[in-house]
Design a protein around this ligand. Structure first.
Ligand SMILES: Cc1cc2nc3c(=O)[nH]c(=O)nc-3n(C[C@H](O)[C@H](O)[C@H](O)COP(=O)(O)OP(=O)(O)OC[C@H]3O[C@@H](n4cnc5c(N)ncnc54)[C@H](O)[C@@H]3O)c2cc1C
Length: 267
């Protein structure tokens, strides 16, 4: 059976520029102005998994992103990997979304363009890193969902997956349609080649505004976000240092005394 596969990909700040990221003191939101974005690493593994399943069983791979218009560039790179189509949900009203509002918006875009046999995501992002969106999307889609997936094989109307655990791995057979979040161990993402880049220019990439999506306005963006950021601050990383002079025993005694004074338990 060929597979109609959806993959969620998030543009995240390029780690090369982390030192340039600031927090808006009023909105408590990450100020991404002028910070280049890249596709979240684990999402590239999700794309690669989808492309390998398509090459083996036939079908189609479609990606979904909720992000500002600037994400078009990232999506062209994803299309160059071999993805067939891309949808970008972009609208000011979607800004400030927590994971619940994000997963709802992705659900509505898939509901409009589906149905899908399989939905793949990365296990977590490099910026928010909550790992909440995959299971929330599974709930919105009323589909079985699983995280920490490190292998996927398609059999009949199901997939056989291996899930990484602290003590090894467990194999499951999951009836389709299903939502799976993958980890880095699943594969090595391909690098787009020149032909891929050229073909990507003509592949369909659609921008959805809120008006294009049959959404409940109370469920999107900051308004639809039960989780509101409290205080965000950069932890004090400054270090206090002092040079201790004397005989080795004196120095050792002094250090032990300082550690005890700090309340740290010595073994
Ligand atoms: C520092 C920081 C802390 C945050 N803390 C919280 C918090 O505690 N609670 C909360 O509700 N929100 C939080 N947010 C907001 C949250 O990052 C956004 O809602 C985000 O869109 C989804 O959450 P995530 O990055 O944690 O995704 P995760 O759940 O870690 O992402 C898992 C997978 O879901 C998919 N995915 C996630 N976001 C998108 C997207 N926008 N478009 C397409 N696919 C996507 C990707 O495949 C990704 O690999 C935080 C944001 C930041 C920057």
């Amino acid at each position: 059976m060929s597979l109609n596969i959806a993959v969620c990909v998030k543009p995240v700040p390029d780690s090369e520029y982390y030192d340039k990221i600031t927090i808006d003191p009023k909105t408590k939101r990450v100020n991404r102005e002028g910070i280049p974005t890249i596709i979240n690493t684990m999402d590239k593994h999700a794309i690669e998994a989808a492309l390998q399943l398509k090459e083996k069983h036939g079908g189609k791979v479609t990606v979904f992103t909720m992000a500002p218009d600037s994400a078009v560039e990232n999506l062209r790179r994803v299309l160059a990997m071999g993805v067939d189509e891309a949808f970008l949900c972009s609208d000011r009203a979607l800004g400030g979304a927590d994971t619940w509002a994000t997963s709802y918006t992705l659900f509505k875009a898939m509901e409009k363009t589906g149905p899908y046999d399989l939905i793949l995501l990365g296990n977590e992002t490099e910026d928010g890193g909550t790992a909440q969106v995959p299971s929330q999307l599974g709930e919105w889609m009323s589909m079985p969902h699983m995280a920490n997936v490190m292998s996927i094989n398609h059999e009949d109307q199901a997939v056989v997956v291996e899930r990484k655990t602290d003590n090894g791995r467990i194999r499951y057979k999951i009836a389709l349609p299903a939502v799976l979040a993958v980890i880095r161990e699943i594969n090595e993402p391909r690098i787009p080649n020149v032909m891929g880049v050229l073909k990507a220019k003509n592949k369909p990439l659609t921008i959805y505004r809120v008006a294009d999506l049959d959404v409940n306005p109370d469920f999107i963006g900051l308004v639809g976000s039960p989780t509101q950021p409290g205080d965000i601050f950069a932890p004090d990383m400054s270090r206090k240092s002092e040079e201790i002079a004397g005989e080795p025993e004196e120095i050792a005694d002094r250090i032990i005394a300082e550690i005890k004074k700090s309340g740290v338990a010595l073994g």
